[in-house]
Every structure is written in C-alpha cells, then in structure tokens.
Design a protein around this ligand. Structure first.
Ligand SMILES: [Zn+2]
Length: 312
C-alpha cells in the first residue's frame, strides 16, 4: 500500500507553538518500524502543480501566498507563521493527497500521512490550513480523467467548511462532514451532507450517526473515488475536540468508513487531518489504527484472485 509522507520538509514554528508538527515525523517513524512486515511502500510525492491549485483557489490569493504578500491578519487567521518553507511543505502535502488519490484508484486504497487541510477557502486560509488539498486533489484527478465524481468524507471533528464552500456549486464533488456542532468553525458552511454532534458525544452515538451518513452519501451520490479525512481530533482527550470518542471507537469509525467503501468497490484515499491530544503519542496511535485498517483492506484486495477491481 502506497503511503505518502512530507515531514522531511520542515514547518518552521516558534518554540511552544500549539501546533503539534512532530506528529507527522513520529507517525512515519512508527509506520516504518511497526508495519515493516506489512506490504507498505513509503514515498515522497511530487509537488502539486500551480495549475492544480488554481482549480480550487483564487489566483491572486495563491500568488500572494507564494510571494509572502499575505497580510498579518490573513496569516493570523491561519495560525501558523508564513515562511517559504511552509509554502514548500504545503505544496508537497497537497501533492501527497493527489498522489494518494491516484494510488487508490490503481490499488483500492492509499494514504497521505498529512493532508486534510479542510479549512482553506478559495481566497483565504484559516485554522492551520493554507490550501484545500481535498478539492485540489479531486479536481486534479478529474482533469486527468481518472474519476468523474468524488465523495469527500470528512470525519475530522471540525466542519470541513472550506471544502464545502469551494465545492458548493460543483455537482461532481459531494461533501459529507460529521463534526462537533459547538466547535470551530463557529460559522458553518453547508456541505452536501452535514451531521452535527453535541459536545461529549460517545462512541455509540457517533458511530450510529456516521453509519447513516455513509449510507445516505452513497445513496445520494454515485462516486468513483472517496477522499477520507480521518481526523484524530474526535478523541476524548483532544484539546480542541469536545467529543468523547475512545481509541476503540475511532478504530471502529475507520473500519466503518473503509469497509463501507470497500464493499461498494470504491477506491479510498485517506488523509490524516487534525489531532491535538496533549500526549502526541495518542495522535500517532489513532492515525496508526487508520493505516492498519487501510492495510487490511489493501491486503484483501491483493489476495483476491482477480486483484483489485472496481465494481464500477
Ligand atoms: Zn480538526
């Protein structure tokens, strides 16, 4: 299973910044150590092209982002300091989601060890997100003729507001977001399907709602490819989560999503999205669960006599 990583391109942050950037490096380390006996293929992706980015973003915003001309206010809204290095990292991170989509179409499932920057809007960034990798990747895959209809399943605890806004009038992208009702972003956009969770929701309530959302999404939309944002922040100990999911519940979530689409014969590209538990190992553990379940699906595809074949 192809797993794309970009942590080798540093994110320069001041000491004590709240963003847990080390999770990316630690996740790759644990993947390569703990899953070394599994069929994993860790790769650095190609950088995203500007042409791809401009299918989802405003040309003037992208120019100012590249050239360091964003205002202090715009940069504060993202919450990460601007630097040429962070732009480079972002381009690789977007490239990783595009690469994971391509790999998923050929292999059934693939992973980006980052990505899920769903708060980026067409003409501005926010909430640790500069560019919207999901929409950029969806449209790149469409432009390459590899898929027509893309379903974005966003299980990060925060609503995929940027994704919903950019894809609002695009009938070829269906956005499903399951998220905390009383959490950032406080102004919600309208996804094709939104499911809102009250504070403190537990595993059972969440999983029941998710299952209904998955069925509704596949019923309403005839997808060729799924992009799955497997955020670690619905976890009960997450600093910004406000829900009460356990690690077991999060593994069940990943199983529900990945099995649902495997049974439908749909390829899935998984991205990691948010995760802010005080103990960084918790974040890594939750992402490792996602990758482990994706690997099970990959293995089953591989061992089928006719290999991975979409039911299409
Ligand atoms: Zn989040």
């Amino acid at each position: 299973m192809r797993i794309f990583y970009t942590d080798t391109f540093p994110i320069p942050l001041p000491e004590n910044h709240s963003f847990p950037k080390d999770k990316y490096y630690l996740l790759r380390k644990h993947v390569s150590e703990r899953l070394c006996d599994k069929p994993i293929d860790l790769q650095i992706p190609e950088i995203s092209s500007v042409e791809s980015i401009l299918r989802a973003h405003d040309v003037e915003y992208v120019r100012r982002l590249f050239e360091g001309e964003l205002t202090d206010k715009e940069i504060r809204r993202v919450g990460l300091p601007w630097s040429p290095q962070i732009v480079k990292r972002t381009l690789y991170s977007v490239g990783a989601t595009i690469a994971a989509c391509r790999a998923a179409i050929s292999d059934g499932v693939a992973v980006n060890l980052g990505g899920g920057t769903h708060h980026a809007f067409r003409d501005h960034g926010q909430g640790f997100c500069w560019l919207n990798d999901s929409v950029i990747a969806a449209r790149a895959i469409q432009a390459e003729g590899l898929a027509k209809n893309i379903l974005i399943v966003d299980c990060d605890v925060h609503q995929g507001d940027g994704t919903a806004a950019i894809a609002r009038d695009d009938p070829t992208i269906f956005t499903f977001s399951i998220h905390g009702k009383h959490n950032f972003p406080y102004h919600k956009e309208t996804s094709d399907l939104d499911i809102e969770m009250e504070n403190g929701m537990d595993d059972r309530t969440y999983l029941d709602a998710l299952e209904k959302g998955l069925s509704a999404s596949t019923h309403r939309f005839n997808a060729d490819l799924v992009i799955f944002l497997a955020g670690a922040d619905p976890y009960r100990k997450d600093r910004y989560g406000r829900l009460a999911l356990t690690k077991v519940g999060l593994a069940q979530r990943d199983g529900l999503v990945l099995r649902h689409f495997k049974e439908s014969g749909l390829p899935v590209a998984a991205t990691m999205a948010g995760g802010y538990a005080p103990d960084i190992q918790d974040i890594v553990d939750i992402h490792l669960q996602t990758i482990g379940i994706a690997l099970e699906c990959y293995d089953e595809n591989r061992t089928q006599t006719d290999g991975w074949k979409r039911k299409g």
